[in-house]
Design a protein around this ligand. Structure first.
Ligand SMILES: [Zn+2]
Length: 302
């Protein structure tokens, strides 16, 4: 069985005409209907869990930010609406639902159709459409659930600067990211950024140039860290690298995406692999891409 998490509550983070809006998750949900997925129930992240990945001062600020009159975090990229904080707690807690189901022996694969996304949220602040770092919270929860070594793979076209920031000195969470060099957040994601202290060697960036095509991207995945031998894989699944997206110059085809997902699942083998929705803003391309991702997971039959 493949787990799937979605709830109407994720539409309540109201960003108006922003490209990161509720139509994204609604269209994905429609495209996955009838696939026979194992439904996961949403649950909230607790403050204690959030404090493991974010600065308590940021958590304190963001809790009351809307009622104090703030409508954005940092700049207009990241919108706050009346229910954003509450919805963000559910997005951050979504990985827990998948990990609990893995622990219970119900599933080995899951897709989390959630928003706001998370991979740009650093320890001290949300940014880049992200409020909390959903995948980082899941990594810590996985460790408490007995999956000690966590591999995070991030194929969103943008660098997962937030995830890198949170685990930069950590040798129990290995971060592998492919992303477009000349794109947001601009100042992170170089190949030379390999981690510090105990975490040295556990941060792997593989940036690519403009107009990246299938073969170039897939070749970068030859560098997945077989030496790390993770207990669980968490994937920041951002679909803004697809050819029909205007937010980057990458030109990944649907066949290329299928090969990428297969490569990741091959690498996972019989270990759990949980996909978290990050970017992807062309609604048609996004829903088709997620459909392909889930189709590949079902193909595996784990
Ligand atoms: Zn992105």
């Amino acid at each position: 069985m493949v787990g799937y998490l979605y709830d109407e509550l994720f539409t309540k983070h109201d960003t108006g005409a922003h490209i990161e809006n509720k139509d994204r998750v609604i269209s994905i949900d429609e495209s996955l209907r009838g696939m026979g997925l194992f439904k996961l129930r949403p649950q909230k992240a607790t403050i204690e869990e959030l404090e493991e990945i974010h600065d308590p001062r940021y958590l304190e600020w963001v809790k009351d930010a809307y009622s104090k009159g703030y409508r954005h975090i940092l700049n207009e990229d990241t919108v706050l609406s009346p229910d954003s904080y509450e919805v963000a707690l559910y997005a951050a807690g979504s990985g827990k639902s998948a990990i609990d189901a893995v622990k219970a022996g119900m599933i080995k694969r899951a897709f989390l159709n959630i928003r706001p996304p998370g991979h740009h949220a650093e320890r001290n602040t949300g940014q880049g459409f992200c409020i909390f770092n959903n995948i980082a919270l899941a990594a810590r929860y996985a460790q408490k659930s007995g999956f000690e070594k966590v591999l995070i793979i991030d194929f969103d076209v943008h660098h997962g600067n937030g995830t890198q920031d949170i685990f930069y000195d950590d040798d129990t969470v290995c971060f592998f990211s492919t992303h477009e060099k000349e794109n947001y957040p601009y100042f992170t994601g170089a190949q030379e950024e390999i981690g510090v202290g105990k975490g040295k060697g556990y941060n792997i960036n593989r940036p690519y140039g403009n107009y990246c095509e299938d073969e170039e991207l897939l070749n970068l995945y030859e560098d997945l860290p077989t030496w790390f031998d993770p207990d669980i894989l968490l994937i920041s699944a951002g679909y803004d690298l697809m050819a029909d997206e205007s937010i980057s110059t990458a030109r990944i085809s649907f066949d290329g995406l299928r090969s990428l997902v297969r490569k990741i699942l091959d690498f996972a083998s019989d270990r759990p692999a949980i996909f978290f929705l990050e970017g992807g803003y062309n609604i048609e391309s996004l829903s088709k891409s997620v459909y392909i991702t889930v189709e590949e997971m079902l193909e595996y039959g784990l």
